[in-house]
Design a protein around this ligand. Structure first.
Ligand code: NAD
Length: 352
């Protein structure tokens, strides 16, 4: 029973990036499971889920920068968590081309700061660092990546996450030669769900186009991505942590992705049309194939075998739930929090 299994997870959990899309859902999931948590992030963005659902009422945390080691160390020491989940990042590929240095400072040096602060806090047993499916060397052959595949990030975002993984490997080694927390890495696919409003991501772009009654310009309709509902990897992360707390040997990195082959961008838009009909108008435009990879496939077999984890929703269901969340929330904006809680109830219930 996934709910009860996850309740065995010992907190408090320190979350970096709790004001972001995944951090907001994680805070709500932990509340639902009764697991204590505390967040550390930059100020929530204007149209974020955090603001839309008024999450400052239900999630504890402070505004802080992971590049500020002194402040980060002080806050972690005060909170005395058993687990750190490191989500904070500059996560956007196109923005990383505009500001590669800031992307590296946040994603690479920021990760080193989180690990250093966690290693100097005696209560911390495990640090789970969230990287991405984009760390794998991708020649667009359609290969399903497994954990042992070579890493190589082409664009600045992917490269900064490969650098973050190199940082993790250094702290994994330090943990081995002297006593320190376990350092684990989780790589998820294209995470979707209600409330994501980041720029240059397909579903938020579609929602912005619907709200502003503008055309949606789509770069690569045939590109494939491993779409997954945000609650699936989040439940996977908690299972990973529970397994690391209860057993001595644990995989150092795991993929969390859908079971079936990745769907195309235009498949996602077909499902969007079912919810928004003529309110969604799509225009396809040429894009440089060099900017983002055309195919991306993630093999989650190891997480399935080692943790007994499985996605609760396939890709079509995940996309459908996401657009359903938006249709309900755009119709009744005050219900954003309620709509998240409904998805959490269903995801936990499905996993029974
Ligand atoms: N959303 C996806 O599709 C996806 C897929 C794979 C991996 N990831 C990874 O998951 C994590 C969360 O992604 P998201 O989609 O929730 O991103 P997001 O942009 O919604 O949230 C990012 C969070 O990080 C915080 N942050 C950014 N810079 C910071 C800094 N210098 N100091 C402190 N906090 C800072 C922000 O305040 C925010 O809370 C990232 O590490 C991302 O790379 C996301």
């Amino acid at each position: 029973m996934v709910g009860n299994q996850l309740k065995r997870l010992d907190g408090p959990i320190f979350i970096t990036g709790h004001t972001g899309f995944k951090g907001s859902w994680l805070s709500l999931l932990l509340n639902h499971l009764g697991i204590e948590h505390f967040g550390y992030s930059l100020e929530a963005e204007e149209h974020s889920l955090y603001k839309r659902a008024n999450l400052e009422r239900v999630s504890r945390g402070v505004v802080g920068d992971i590049r500020d080691l002194e402040n980060l160390s002080k806050v972690i020491k005060d909170v005395r968590p058993s687990v750190v989940i490191h989500l904070a990042a500059q996560p956007l590929v196109l923005k990383s081309y505009q500001d590669p240095l800031e992307t590296f400072q946040t994603n690479c040096i920021g990760t080193a700061n989180v690990l250093k602060a966690a290693f100097e806090t005696p209560s911390v047993e495990i640090v789970l660092v969230i990287t991405t499916d984009k760390v794998y060397r991708n020649d667009n052959s359609g290969k399903r990546f497994v954990e042992s595949d070579p890493l190589e990030g082409k664009d600045p975002y992917s490269a900064s996450k490969v650098a973050a993984e190199a940082v993790c490997a250094a702290w994994q080694q330090m943990s081995k030669i002297s006593v320190g927390p376990k350092v684990l890495i989780a790589r998820a696919g294209n995470v979707i769900g209600g409330g994501d409003f980041a720029k240059n991501r397909l579903i938020p772009d579609a929602i912005r186009a619907i709200i502003s009654e503008q055309n949606l310009f789509v770069r690569s309709p045939k590109a494939t991505r491993p779409w997954q509902h945000v609650l699936d990897p989040l439940i996977g992360y908690l299972k990973y942590l529970e397994s690391a707390q209860s057993s001595l040997s644990v995989e150092l990195s795991l993929n969390f992705g859908p079971l079936e082959p990745s769907l195309r961008v235009d498949d996602v838009l077909e499902i969007a049309k079912e919810h928004f009909q003529e309110r969604l108008n799509v225009t396809y435009k040429e894009a440089s194939q060099e900017i983002e990879s055309q195919t991306l496939e993630l093999d989650p077999s190891c997480a399935i075998a080692k943790l007994g984890w499985r996605p609760q929703w396939n890709q079509e269901e995940s996309i459908d739930r996401t657009f359903m969340w938006w249709a309900k929330t755009l119709a009744t904006p005050n219900n954003a929090l309620e709509n998240c809680l409904e998805d959490i109830e269903i995801a936990i219930g499905k996993a029974l």
